[in-house]
Design a protein around this ligand. Structure first.
Ligand SMILES: NC(=O)c1ccc[n+]([C@@H]2O[C@H](COP(=O)([O-])OP(=O)(O)OC[C@H]3O[C@@H](n4cnc5c(N)ncnc54)[C@H](OP(=O)(O)O)[C@@H]3O)[C@@H](O)[C@H]2O)c1
Length: 307
């Protein structure tokens, strides 16, 4: 299937994921939107490329300039994303690959449910610095899958064709909205355990399972499981095993929340554990361990620059 003209693609964000997707979709000449653009180095296995995407600052970028937008910012940037989509036309297709939950509540309106695809990805990319060139960099540490809900937007078949043309059809999968929502909940719960515990203990994903703080993982999982059950979300019965397995598979990685704390950046805690707490309240439940960890992370953020 052909698109009548070149598809105009924007990637919101200039961080690790945005750098990876700007390289992956380089043939579509994506425009990166953020606070600071410029060249960067993207390394993956033994490959090392210098990438210089077109860049627009938030103050001049507007959704009307684009057909397709991939949202790849961290949650503290959401007000800028909302402003970018203000007055968005109904032809626009938007893909979010952010962690955490609440994208629909944050972006509908101005977007309609028929134009927002909130997916989940197991790609893993870390911010880096390239000593050879002195440029900012990103390192791809795992190429996984992007799971997308199949929505009836006219641009979806064209996007699927682009993925096929780029040889990405095997790694971008389109599933029912319900199946993707379940995967998002699984990832939400994994993140709600691994992220705050590693950030508080200042340890890697592998080390966290070997220290006393890990005993809290059981209550975090049980509280989240009760909430998901109360909203009718059926989760895999081996979720505790999956969380430990993920820690082992990513043993040497620092979680994104630990990296945010190290960089003195506001974290995504409110969209991860905070989302579980808010959902618990809607079904008259409580999630006290999630609340305690959220408070502790907020205490660590107190002296960070919120901008
Ligand atoms: N990295 C991964 O492996 C991975 C995997 C799966 C999902 N995710 C999710 O993908 C999303 C993006 O992650 P990432 O790893 O690319 O994050 P990142 O490298 O930290 O980049 C974050 C982006 O958000 C912007 N941002 C953050 N706070 C902001 C603020 N207050 N105002 C304006 N801009 C702000 C940053 O802009 P500045 O650089 O100008 O601060 C940057 O463009 C997150 O939801 C993350 O959880 C990441």
């Amino acid at each position: 299937m052909q698109w009548g003209r070149a598809m105009r693609l924007a990637i919101l964000g200039t961080g690790a994921m945005a750098r990876y997707y700007a390289k992956l979709f380089a043939s579509l000449n994506p425009v990166m939107v953020g606070r600071q653009g410029g060249s960067y180095v993207l390394s993956q296995d033994r490959d090392r490329s210098i990438v210089t995407p077109e860049f627009l600052h938030w103050t001049v970028a507007h959704s009307s300039l684009f057909d397709l937008v991939i949202v790849a910012v961290k949650w503290p940037a959401m007000p800028l994303v909302q402003s970018f989509f203000k007055d968005a036309g109904s032809d626009l297709l938007v893909i979010s690959l952010m962690n955490g939950m609440g994208q629909e509540e944050a972006l509908i309106p101005p977007l309609s449910p028929e134009q927002l695809m909130v997916g989940v990805t197991t790609d893993a990319v870390t911010l880096d610095h390239d000593d050879e060139s002195g440029l900012p960099a990103a390192r791809v540490t795992a190429v996984g899958h992007c799971l997308m809900p199949l929505i009836p937007h006219p641009l979806v078949p064209f996007w699927q064709q682009q993925l096929k043309d780029l040889g990405l059809w095997g790694s971008w999968k389109f599933l029912s909205a319900e199946a993707v929502r379940r995967e998002r909940w699984v990832k939400l719960i994994q993140n709600s355990i691994i992220n705050p515990l590693t950030a508080l203990a200042n340890v890697t994903n592998g080390e966290i399972t070997r220290i006393p703080l890990w005993t809290l993982s059981r209550s975090l999982l049980e509280e989240a499981r009760k909430v998901s059950h109360a909203i009718g979300m059926a989760l895999p019965s081996d979720l505790d095993f999956r969380v430990s397995q993920l820690c082992q598979m990513t043993a040497s990685n620092k979680s994104s929340m630990l990296q945010d704390i190290e960089r003195r950046r506001m974290t995504e805690i409110d969209a991860i554990n905070g989302y579980i707490i808010r959902t618990a309240r809607t079904v008259s439940l409580q999630a006290p361990t999630h609340e305690a960890l959220t408070q502790l992370i907020h205490a660590m953020e107190t002296h960070f620059d919120a901008s």
